[in-house]
Design a protein around this ligand. Structure first.
Ligand code: NAP
Length: 401
């Protein structure tokens, strides 16, 4: 008689080193299998039905991790991790081995569907610095002091976007450009639970707002009814706040003066690119690589850092501003401007030392993708092959919400 088929499952896990704790997966999961504590976002193996709905919305790819196990990792185990366990050899009989093969086929097929259009898993640029992640969490947050809170947008504009500076005093808070931090809003939600930390990209470079200051800046837009944005925008100088992170291990800039960097953003999605530009200016002012910024806003008065950006020399940063709501002018989105610069863009995309970064509104992602495809087509390049190749080699990065 054949031995009974051994129980094996393909367990869905979230990589705590890459996850930026943005809560997207928990909001997306239709069966409430994703949950979190002050440390990690985790998946309950008893509930997850492998529907894959969470895969494509995850901005980092940390959600796309799997282990074949005979005993699923418990929630408590996952909460305690600072990195994922490696895949262990699973000792099973022949029936169990066949079950593993069937599982692999099943999950691969579903994943392939879910990953369509994503262009592969995100990877950090090879030359990027090694990021520190998860140094502080909900249970053990860092305390920062607000040392600046300036309005960036015109006083007459409805859009209140602020530059907020947080100083960490003697606490170490190492960040790299492109990383994010979590802001803990005091109090509890309607269900009596502590608010989950809200994520903001670091808008300064690794050595602070001024060289060697232990501080960083955020770019925050006040959103009507927004819990965290109103909390942050109303903070006076001297206020103390709790911070988690740093988070993010892939949306990092190449540490290579020869690298070309194409940065595409809308609104406050410009935050990481302020950090990238400042890093280039300080660390490699004579870099041979091009730095290009495609930046979309409704009007010049609503474009964060409009004034300071005007002063950044063209040699350091090529700027393409795109306005969608200037009276009596046609609407221009970032993808329109990419199309009008198609020749230079295609030349850069053909160069194996070019990196692309997209940050801001989720809606622009498909438009930018189509603009790149058009630019490539006109130059006889195949974007459908180039994009996944760039992604796999750490040269194509998206962080949209
Ligand atoms: P916004 O002011 O609402 O929009 C900026 C510009 O993008 C406007 O000109 C808008 O045009 C245009 N736009 C709208 N849909 C577009 C599309 N499909 N393709 C191209 N352009 C489009 O932007 P925001 O409120 O600042 O939002 C920025 C986003 O960045 C938010 O989703 C935020 O969560 C995210 N983000 C923020 C940070 C941060 O650290 N603060 C970091 C990363 C990402 P119209 O409105 O005229 O259509």
């Amino acid at each position: 008689m054949d031995a009974p088929v051994q129980e094996v499952i393909k367990q869905h896990l979230i990589d705590p080193e890459i996850c930026i704790r943005c809560n997207t997966c928990e909001e997306t999961c239709p069966v409430d299998a994703v949950t979190h504590d002050g440390n990690n976002y985790v998946v309950d193996a008893g509930i997850c039905n492998h529907c894959m709905d969470c895969i494509s919305p995850c901005p980092t790819g940390s959600i796309d991790n799997w282990r074949v196990v005979t005993r699923p990792y418990s929630l408590q185990e996952q909460f305690s991790w600072s990195e994922l366990p490696t895949q262990e050899d699973v000792a099973v009989n022949a029936g169990g081995a066949a079950a593993i093969d069937a599982l692999e086929d099943d999950v691969s097929r579903l994943l392939e569907e879910a990953r369509k259009g994503l262009g592969g898993k995100p990877v950090a640029p090879h030359s990027a610095g090694k990021p520190t992640v998860n140094l502080y969490n909900r249970g053990k947050p860092a305390t920062a002091t607000v040392t600046g809170n300036f309005r960036l947008t015109d006083a007459a504009s409805d859009s209140d976007i602020r530059h907020i500076i947080l100083d960490f005093g003697n606490q170490p808070f190492p960040v790299l450009e492109g990383q994010s931090i979590g802001i803990v809003v005091p109090g509890v939600d309607a269900g009596g639970n502590a608010h989950h930390p809200r994520l903001y990209s670091v808008a300064s470079s690794r050595d602070g707002e001024k060289r060697n200051a232990n501080n960083l800046a955020l770019t925050v837009k006040r959103v009507d009814g927004g819990l965290c944005s109103n909390y942050l925008c109303d903070l006076p100088r001297g206020a103390k706040i709790q911070v988690t992170g740093p988070f993010g291990a892939t949306f990092l800039m190449p540490d290579d003066p020869a690298a070309n960097i194409i940065m595409i953003c809308t609104g406050t999605g410009s935050a990481p690119f302020r950090g990238f530009t400042e890093r280039r200016r300080r660390a490699m002012p004579d870099a041979a690589g091009r730095l290009l910024l495609f930046f979309g806003a409704r009007r010049p008065e609503e474009l964060p850092y409009f004034g300071p950006l005007q002063k950044v020399p063209e040699k350091l940063l090529g700027k393409f501003f795109c306005y969608s709501r200037v009276p009596n002018e046609p609407r221009v989105y970032v993808q329109d401007r990419i199309r009008s610069e198609a020749g230079e863009i295609a030349k850069l995309l053909a160069d194996s030392n070019t990196h692309v970064y997209i940050c801001g509104l989720r809606g622009m992602e498909s438009g930018v993708d189509e603009a790149f495809a058009d630019a490539c087509r006109a130059a006889s390049l195949d974007w459908s092959a180039l994009k996944p190749a760039m992604r796999e080699s750490g040269r194509y990065h998206v962080e949209t919400y």
